[in-house]
Design a protein around this ligand. Structure first.
Ligand code: HGY
Ligand code: MN
Ligand code: MN
Length: 425
C-alpha cells in the first residue's frame, strides 16, 4: 500500500485552514499528474493514428485499463474494489463523497468520454487526501456505453436493473453479459453499499457544440435527458433479387427504410428541436447483394428532457410500426430496453456548489445547461444527491476518434470539480 497521505487527525494545515476561511481559491490538484494519467489511460485500446480509443466493456483492453486504474487508486491510498459487474471503486475510509464516471468506450470512442471524469476524480481524491481535506471515493462504472444494455453497470448497482436481467443482455456480437463479466475472474467482489456515499459528482465532456461555440469553459448541468430504446425486428420474404418483381416483394429492408424515413412526419407536433432519435445499428439477413433481405433488425432510440413527450413519441412509433407492417405485409416485432432511463434533474445543492465553484474558477465563462447525453449520474440520482459539470468539446464532436478538448479547459474543469468537492465534502 502506498503512502496513505498525512494523518487525517493532523491539525488543519495552511491549505485547509485558508480554504475553510474562504481564502483558498485553488484546491491543490496537480494538473501535470492529472493530464499524464489521462494520456496513460487512453493508451489502453488506443488508436494509433488518432487520440481515439476502442475499449468496449469487459473486453481485454477494458479490463487491463481497469487493472491500471486500480493500481493508481491504491497508490492514492484508496481501497480498491471490483463489484460483480466490473464497476471499479477506489474507496476512502468511512463516509465519503463519490466522484467518477466510466472508462469503457464506444466502438470508436473518444479519449475523454468517461475517462475524463474518472481521472479527475482520482486526482481530486489524491489532492484532498494529501492536503488533509474531505474524503473522496472514486468510481469507474462498467458498460456505460451500452455494449450490452445502456449504462449497464450503474443500472445494476443502483438497483434499477436486476443482475439476472443484465446477465441475459446480448451484445451485437452475440456475447451474453453473464459470459463477458466472467472474465473479471477473482477480481469481482460484492456490491458496494451506496449508503456510504454522501453524494455523486461527475465531470464529463459536453459532447455537443454549445460551450465550444459560446467560447465558454464550464457547463453546470441542470438535468439529464431520458432515453428509451427498442430493438425492432422486421420479417419479410427472403427472395431472389433478379427474378422477384418489385410489386411481389416483402423486402425487410424496404420496410425498415419506410419506418426510418416516416419518423419525422410522425413526430411533427410532438417533438421540440432538442428531441432526438437515432437508428444507430442495423443488420440485414442474409446480407447478400443478390438476395432480397428477409429480415432486418435495428435499434431505435429516442431521447427528451420531458417524460410525457417520450411517451407521446413512443405512441407515434407504435402506430407507425403497425402501419408499415400493414402496408408492406412484413411482420414487425419489438423488444424494449428493459429499464427506462427517465429524465433526471440534478440536485439543487450540487448545482449551487458547482455554480459557485465555476464562478470562482472561471468567472463569467460558465452557464447552466441540460445534458443531451446520458450519464451514470442519471442512475444515481435516485440514491443520493447528484451533480454534473461539463467542459467543452471541440467542434461538438464525440463518440468518434476526433473527440477532443483543449488541455486548459480540462484543467479548468478539474479545478471547478475540486472546488465543488471541497465545499460539499
Ligand atoms: O449515449 C450516451 O448518451 C452516452 O454517451 N453513452
Ligand atoms: Mn460518457
Ligand atoms: Mn458516451
Amino acid at each position: 500500500m502506498g503512502d496513505r497521505g498525512p494523518d487525517r487527525k493532523a491539525p488543519l494545515d495552511g491549505w485547509r485552514a485558508a480554504w475553510l476561511n474562504g481564502g483558498m481559491k485553488n484546491i491543490p490538484v496537480d494538473p501535470a499528474r492529472f493530464l499524464a494519467d489521462l494520456h496513460a489511460l487512453r493508451r489502453f485500446g488506443g488508436d494509433d493514428a488518432t487520440k481515439g480509443v476502442r475499449r468496449r466493456a469487459l473486453m481485454p483492453d477494458d479490463i487491463a485499463a481497469r487493472d491500471w486504474l486500480a493500481g493508481r487508486m491504491q497508490e492514492a491510498g484508496l481501497a480498491v474494489h471490483f463489484d460483480p459487474v466490473g464497476n471499479l471503486f477506489g474507496l476512502a475510509e468511512g463516509p465519503s463523497l463519490l466522484l467518477g464516471s466510466h472508462s469503457d468506450t464506444q466502438p470508436e470512442g473518444g479519449w475523454l468520454d468517461g475517462a475524463l471524469g474518472v481521472i479527475a476524480a482520482l486526482e481530486i481524491a489524491r489532492a484532498l487526501r494529501e492536503a488533509g481535506g474531505p474524503q473522496v471515493s472514486v468510481v469507474s462504472f462498467q458498460d456505460e456505453e451500452g455494449r450490452f444494455g445502456a449504462l449497464t453497470g450503474s443500472s445494476v448497482w443502483s438497483g434499477k436493473l436486476p443482475l439476472e436481467a443484465a446477465d441475459d443482455l446480448v451484445a451485437t456480437d452475440g456475447t451474453r453479459f453473464a459470459q463477458a463479466r466472467a472474465a473479471l475472474g477473482a477480481r469481482a467482489g460484492d456490491f458496494v453499499d451506496p449508503g456510504r456515499f454522501s453524494g455523486f459528482l461527475e465531470m464529463h465532456i459536453e459532447q455537443g457544440p454549445v460551450l465550444d461555440q459560446a467560447g465558454e469553459a464550464i457547463g453546470v448541468v441542470t438535468g439529464i435527458v431520458g432515453l428509451r430504446q427498442l430493438h425492432v425486428t422486421v420479417r419479410g420474404q427472403q427472395n431472389h433479387a433478379g427474378t422477384t418483381p418489385m410489386a411481389h416483394r416483402r423486402d425487410a429492408f424496404g420496410a425498415a427504410a419506410k419506418i426510418a424515413t416516416a419518423l419525422p412526419d410522425r413526430f411533427a407536433g410532438i417533438v421540440t428541436p432538442q428531441s432526438v432519435w437515432t437508428i444507430g445499428h442495423i443488420v440485414l439477413h442474409p446480407g447478400a447483394s443478390s438476395v432480397v433481405p428477409g429480415r432486418a433488425e435495428f435499434s431505435l432510440q429516442w431521447r427528451d428532457i420531458d417524460a410525457g413527450r417520450l411517451d407521446r413519441m413512443e405512441a407515434a412509433i407504435t402506430e407507425l410500426l403497425a402501419d408499415v407492417a400493414a402496408d408492406t405485409g412484413c411482420e414487425v416485432s419489438v423488444a424494449r430496453l428493459r429499464h427506462d432511463l427517465a429524465p433526471m434533474p440534478m440536485d439543487a445543492a450540487m448545482q449551487a456548489a458547482l455554480s459557485a465553484a465555476a464562478e470562482t474558477v472561471a468567472p463569467g465563462r460558465w452557464r447552466a445547461m441540460p445534458s443531451g447525453a446520458l450519464h451514470d449520474a442519471s442512475n444515481l440520482a435516485g440514491l443520493m444527491p447528484v451533480g454534473m459539470v461539463f467542459v467543452p468539446s471541440i467542434g461538438g464532436i464525440s463518440h468518434a476518434f476526433e473527440e477532443d478538448t483543449a488541455e486548459d479547459d480540462l484543467v479548468t474543469g478539474l479545478r471547478v470539480l475540486a472546488e465543488a468537492a471541497a465545499r460539499l465534502g
